[in-house]
Unconditional design. Structure first.
Length: 694
């Protein structure tokens, strides 16, 4: 499926270039900077190792602004790269952030272009605004160990149904997201139904409530007031085909009662400006284009309509209008955000089709802070009523402004969540040299290299007891100038019949997709969200003919013994079995499919404060996945393992203190408790979710 999507992405580029050229007729900037859209540019080294924020167009850039400002303040030493796809968004990025952040277009979602972009920017974290979810971007970011966060996400019921039809794709996309920061509980529930891992989805609210009114925007709204020469103004914002006719019918009905009334009509899409102009020509009324008015020029006194055919000015029109109708709501488009009107206290009218912002509109109606209409007739009556009673109109707008004020704080919550993730995500270095491709934790192994993957280079080493294939060692001491390392070094070998034939050789593939580098990336991801797994220090893969060989180095868990060894010593109390179940529950709530979950891969770790804690190891061949039946398959694999170890112990005349009827139920209770809590309330506080010292 990944191959088919990537093939489609390549084919769509053949359509994209002519589309950009056509859009360039009116916006010449679309015909510029095409090399950036192919990632055929040199990315400066100063951009690397930080945060990439993608906001597709102007609306997302505006929504991202309070989060970006928070990130700049909280992480001043990290490079911040802002990407978008439209010239207007690009101009806004330059205007708002200038030299404080770097900027480039995001390339097309073709594998080659995305790899070049990620290699050039080498981000520790990729932040995507709202639901601009490009599969190759997310997948390849995860492959290279970059954390992926989506902020301000919203998902309507209709969009959720569309995603469900392509579950093969949406499940893969959701598995590649480390943290999904959503606007409301309804959105969270929809993402969970689509298979999002519960521990990765958190309700933080909409950052759009935190958008401050820039002084230049307030000044522009004031100039618009002068442009309309003191006339009474109502705004039809972000209208779609079929709505302009209803709005103009309303205007016709109102003109006899309100002869000086001015309608500012702003279509949603720039490519429809001319079509709406043609519709206005068919009406027996005077109208003007906003783009035809010079700076300081007033609208004609007899003009009934001003066509808003300029970009980036809609928010200011909300400030200049007395009443605003939000488009996309009289036709089945789901509506657009009413939030831009609220800082000005402008009362909002909307049609019945508001599924894109259903929760927001429902809350506004409950607070009597918005006016619903169903057609041109009810729109006419509502506008007429508010024009006749300005005090009532101002009260509606004030209630909306007060309600919006109570929703603030999403940006701060998002910045804190991102900061917590970064704190558990140490800088990583990736290198290619001497036939090796390797990754290292730059915090623990600053000058690491493939030499540390040779057990002979370590002054202390011992084979791992019970490894079965002689492919793992505990290593430590001083290695090439580094002190205090206590680690497990594992050389990947195949099992079963394939192991007898091929030993430690695996079919050659892209380095990022090999078991060594994939396990390194997965362990980083799991630790970053609080799952009790070892810290990966170094992983490397080297080409040998048609095959690859790989190794990984992870921190040793002091005082740990695997579950089998623990059961050989004595029975485990029910509380320990419950903690084992809780650890598995957290793993599954994080969306991690441990396909070899067995009694040797569960470690009992003595913790001075918490008593016996549980860690999970050996993620060779494991992966992040959308929720599904694999979680039960993991448990079934563990149960088979315990039964097998019990049978082996009996045949050898040894004791294994395992009783399925006694020990399995508390394990299941622990797993179910965590699973239910994660599904109901999202990720718990890290300190309560796991006392493991991550």
């Amino acid at each position: 499926m990944t191959f088919l999507y990537s093939l489609a992405a390549h084919l769509l580029r053949a359509v994209a270039w002519p589309t950009l050229w056509w859009l360039g007729r009116k916006t010449p900037e679309f015909r510029e900077r095409w090399a950036e859209r192919r990632a055929r540019v040199d990315y400066p080294a100063a951009w690397q190792g930080g945060i990439v924020v993608h906001a597709v167009s102007m609306g997302e850039v505006i929504a991202a602004t309070p989060i970006v400002e928070g990130l700049l303040a909280a992480h001043p030493g990290l490079p911040l790269v802002l990407t978008c796809t439209t010239p207007t968004a690009s101009a806004l990025i330059g205007e708002r952030f200038g030299a404080r952040a770097h900027h480039v277009y995001l390339p097309f979602d073709a594998p080659g272009a995305v790899r070049r972009f990620l290699a050039g920017t080498a981000p520790r974290l990729l932040l995507v605004m709202e639901t601009e979810l490009w599969p190759n971007l997310l997948r390849l970011a995860q492959e290279r160990g970059t954390a992926v966060v989506v902020a301000g996400a919203r998902l309507s019921e209709r969009s959720a149904r569309r995603y469900a039809r392509v579950a093969w794709l949406s499940g893969r996309i959701l598995a590649d997201i480390d943290l999904l920061l959503v606007q409301d509980e309804a959105t969270r529930a929809r993402f969970l139904l689509l298979g999002a891992a519960p521990a990765r989805v958190r309700v933080t609210g909409s950052p759009k409530f935190d958008i401050a009114l820039p002084p230049d925007l307030q000044a522009l709204a004031g100039r618009f007031g002068a442009m309309t020469a003191g006339r009474r103004v109502w705004l039809a914002a972000s209208t779609h085909e079929g709505e302009e006719a209803a709005v103009l019918d309303t205007l016709d009905a109102l003109r006899a009662r309100w002869p000086s009334l001015l309608l500012v009509l702003v279509p949603r899409h720039p490519q429809r400006f001319d079509a709406v102009a043609a519709l206005l020509d068919q009406r027996a009324l005077r109208w003007q284009r906003r783009s035809a008015l010079a700076e300081g020029e007033a609208c004609a006194a007899d003009a009934a309509v001003l066509l808003g055919d300029t970009m980036g000015e809609l928010r200011a029109w909300y400030g200049a209008a007395e009443i605003a109708f939000v488009g996309g709501t009289l036709v089945e488009r789901g509506g657009h955000s009413p939030l831009e009107a609220m800082p000005f206290g402008t009362p909002v009218l909307h049609g019945p089709h508001v599924f894109n912002f259903a929760e927001v509109f429902a809350a506004l109606r409950e607070a009597e802070a918005a006016v619903p209409v169903v057609d041109a007739g009810t729109l006419t009556a509502a506008v007429d009523r508010l024009l006749a009673d300005p005090q009532a109109a101002r009260a509606i707008g004030a209630r909306a402004r007060d309600w919006a004020g109570r929703q603030r704080g999403a940006a701060d919550r998002s910045v804190k969540a991102i900061g917590a993730l970064l704190a558990q995500l140490p800088p990583m270095v990736e290198r290619r040299e001497g036939g090796w491709v390797w990754r290292a934790d730059a915090e623990r192994l600053r000058d690491a290299g493939p030499a540390q993957l040779d057990p002979a280079r370590w002054p202390r080493r011992e084979p791992v007891d019970g490894s079965g294939r002689g492919s793992a060692w505990f290593v430590g001491g001083v290695a090439d100038g580094r002190d205090g390392i206590e680690a497990l070094l594992r050389h990947y070998r195949r099992g079963g019949w394939a192991g007898r034939l091929l030993g430690d050789r695996f079919a050659h593939r892209r380095a990022a997709a090999t078991r060594a580098l994939a396990e390194f990336a997965l362990l980083r991801r799991l630790r970053a969200i609080g799952v009790a797994v070892p810290r990966p220090l170094l992983a490397g893969v080297r080409r040998s003919g048609l095959f690859d060989r790989g190794d990984i180095l992870v921190e040793r868990l002091a005082g740990a013994r695997n579950l089998v060894r623990g059961l050989q010593d004595a029975p485990l109390p029910a509380a320990t079995w419950q903690r084992i179940g809780e650890a598995i529950g957290r793993l599954h709530a994080a969306g991690a499919d441990h396909r070899d979950l067995n009694a040797h891969n569960l470690l009992l770790v003595r913790d001075a404060d918490a008593g016996e804690e549980i860690a999970i190891v050996d993620f060779d061949g494991c992966r992040a996945r959308a929720s599904g039946a694999w979680a039960e398959a993991n448990l079934a694999r563990l149960l088979r393992s315990l039964r097998k170890e019990s049978a082996l112990a009996r045949r050898a005349g040894r004791d294994l203190h395992w009783d399925e009827a006694r020990d399995w139920p508390p394990l299941l209770r622990g797993r179910d408790t965590v699973r239910a809590a994660a599904a109901a309330a999202g990720p718990t506080d890290r300190a309560r979710a796991s006392r493991w010292p991550v």
